[in-house]
Design a protein around this ligand. Sequence first.
Ligand code: ZN
Ligand code: ZN
Ligand code: ZN
Length: 370
Amino acid sequence: MSAPAVPTEVYLDRLGRVRAAMGEQGVDVVLLSVGHDLPYLTGYEAMPLERLTMLVVPRDGDASLLIPALEAPRVVEQPGVFDLVPWGETEDPTAIVAKLASGAGTIAVGDQMWSRFLVELLPQLPGAEYRRAVDVVGPLRRVKDAAEIAALAAAGAAVDRIAAELQAGVVPLVGRTEAEVSAHLSRRIVEEGHDKVNFAIVAAGENAASPHHHAGSRVIGEGEIVLCDFGGTMAGYCSDTTRCVVTGDVPADIAEAYAVLHAAQQAAVAAATVGTPCEEVDRTARRIIADAGYGEYFVHRTGHGIGLEEHEDPYIVEGNELPLAHGHAFSIEPGIYVPGRWGMRLEDIVVATDAGPRPLNASDHGLATV
Ligand code: ZN
Ligand code: ZN
Ligand code: ZN
């Protein structure tokens, strides 16, 4: 399934709001290369290769999309949004960018431009001041419109169907390696309508104590917790959910910790109301886990924003005072990780709305025995 066509008006509107932010922040030119600001503003995702793709957005004047000539056929033109500027194999693309941006006093650069191109560009635009474009585009991107929320919800429902299979014992675990189960989940992610798999973490027993464990050759046994955290990209938007299951009887220490984790996750979802600072949502989960004596085992932030990227603004973390707004989409995923023994995490994507927090994952939140 490929992304449904986004109307050109949506890109024009986004570009208009970028220009308004540039005006407020005194930015003359925005330069966006690989990364997801580019598709957000143009519908085009650059190939993350050595040839330069770059959107040059002057505050006043037309935007240009500089593109390797051989990749030009991939671009869907958006009249009024950008002019296409294909460059040939023997041309110097940074010289073209320098020409388009000449005279700019302040230039905002996307986080994911290869440093190679920035290094080549700097001496060609002497005297310019540089900033991060995330300050210009980020505040727009983190507020999802109705179509974006619908896309996130569809991706969430797709991974929920896989989580339900996991919990029902439809996905064989005992006797298989983590890598085999990861491959199984990955295949299902695509079958359920995603364009690509972003990750399928499968971590059994003591391996689950490593939050980003890479599924490996460990064979899953009886009586173990198996943490599965998986997601992909569907019609441009990401899914991300974590569920844990136990093969056989649930050991008492795991059952006890899971009850705490479950309560913490549910409380943090409920706390994710419009106006609540991101850090307060993090504190809500952390307080419950700490009060139960597991504080030292919750080693990461409570969540991350999600949209075109798996991890983006807003981050649900101590120190982020940003108040949640209608349309913010993010994960709520506290975890408890006891090194050498076991680990657990429970993750839903949630959208803050004026009507309250709206979870986009609805598979069972309990610790299923399979
Ligand atoms: Zn993660
Ligand atoms: Zn996840
Ligand atoms: Zn996540």
